[in-house]
Design a protein around this ligand. Structure first.
Ligand SMILES: Nc1ncnc2c1ncn2[C@@H]1O[C@H](COP(=O)(O)OP(=O)(O)OP(=O)(O)O)[C@@H](O)[C@H]1O
Length: 155
């Protein structure tokens, strides 16, 4: 089984709108295991790194400003194929286009204020978790529910 860890950032739009419990409960109910969680204030240096792929976009400084508008909650979730599972729960970037049932589809009507960031590949998840967490802030433990979450078979 392909056990992975992935990064979720509850953006200022989630924190300010009081959606932290709603969003984290979705991941819990799905069966993803919480491996790390903290509140932090993002800064320009971190965001230049995190959003380097957007540096030449006209909305770059607006996105960074919005990500610094309040503290965020950063989470590490673990599970089999966790990156793809969390990404599919996230929905399309623009909340107006995201499918109902996804986090962005259910809680956002904006392209920018879209509630969560989630890692988009296993490779990026490793880099992003190292960016936002110290090693000692990520916890490895065996959930009691493990036999009820995954069967032994490979589908
Ligand atoms: N055209 C746009 N106008 C305003 N903000 C945008 C636009 N496109 C993207 N963004 C913001 O920048 C973030 C990063 O954009 P990216 O293209 O990496 O999308 P994403 O991978 O769906 O989002 P994320 O990386 O946050 O999960 C988006 O989540 C959104 O907040």
């Amino acid at each position: 089984m392909n056990l992975e860890k992935t990064l979720v950032i509850l953006k200022p739009s989630a924190v300010q709108r009081g959606l932290v419990g709603e969003i984290t409960s979705r991941f819990e109910r799905k069966g993803l295991q919480l491996a790390g969680m903290k509140m932090m204030q993002l800064n320009d240096e971190l965001l230049n790194e995190h959003y380097a792929h957007l540096a030449d976009k006209p909305f770059f400084s607006r996105v960074k400003k919005s990500m610094m508008a309040s503290p965020v909650i950063v989470c590490c979730y673990e599970g089999v194929d966790a990156v793809q599972v969390v990404r599919s729960m996230t929905g399309a970037t623009n909340g107006r286009k995201a499918e109902p049932g996804t986090i962005r589809g259910d809680y956002s009507v904006s392209g920018q204020e879209n509630i969560v960031h989630t890692s988009d590949s296993p490779e990026h998840a490793i880099v992003e978790l190292n960016r936002f967490f110290k090693p000692e802030e990520i916890f490895d433990y065996t959930p009691n529910a493990l036999p009820y979450l995954y069967a032994n078979d490979e589908y």
